[in-house]
Design a binder for this molecule. Structure first.
Ligand code: SF4
Length: 173
């Protein structure tokens, strides 16, 4: 896996002070995507064990509320297989901290069993995610006043409640 950036002390992508990983690779091709350079699965730097450790070390800070995963798209299958390991370790070290993720795919249509981005690690990965912002960016539904999303079709989902209830439950801060 490659990544475009790691943002420490991030206060824009999720609640509280966070560390954010922007992975590379996205096939959603949303019109007016704000970072089309990240569609390339080889954009940026190689994600290594040292990269993973750097993220886990920052999570150890008591002021850090959690980890955010953005892209590109963390739910591209090639990315899921790496991201799941990071999430697993993050939750082992800090079960009290939350993980937010952004994807252009849809939780109920694409990421659950039978969906086009469901693979052997997807269920495990979803078990670690607390909040998922899903859906493609749609330029005709763009709204700059929305929190944590760029267009009105996108949903801020409470993943644990949604999986328990087998229905989409929106996240209420
Ligand atoms: S999902 Fe995100 S990175 Fe991918 S094309 Fe859409 S806006 Fe761009």
């Amino acid at each position: 896996m490659y990544y475009g950036a790691i943002k420490k002390y991030d206060v824009a992508n999720g609640e509280g002070v966070r560390i954010s990983l922007f992975v590379s690779g996205c096939t959603n091709a949303c019109e007016d995507c704000f970072q089309p350079e990240t569609w390339d699965f080889r954009y940026g730097s190689a994600y290594t064990k040292e990269t993973e450790q750097e993220i886990l070390d920052f999570l150890d800070n008591s002021f850090c509320a959690g980890l955010s995963l953005l892209g590109g798209d963390p739910f591209e299958i090639a990315n899921q297989r790496e991201v799941v390991q990071l999430c697993k370790k993050a939750k082992e070290h800090h079960p009290e901290k939350n993980i937010w993720a952004w994807t252009g795919f849809l939780l109920d249509q694409d990421l659950l069993e039978g969906g086009k981005r469901h693979c052997e690690v997807t269920d495990e990965l979803l078990s670690y995610i607390d909040v998922l912002v899903d859906g493609p960016f749609m330029k005709d539904r763009k709204n700059l006043s929305l929190a944590f999303r760029g267009s009105e079709n996108q949903r801020v989902i409470d993943v644990k409640k949604s999986l328990q209830q087998q229905d989409i439950v929106l996240y209420l801060p």
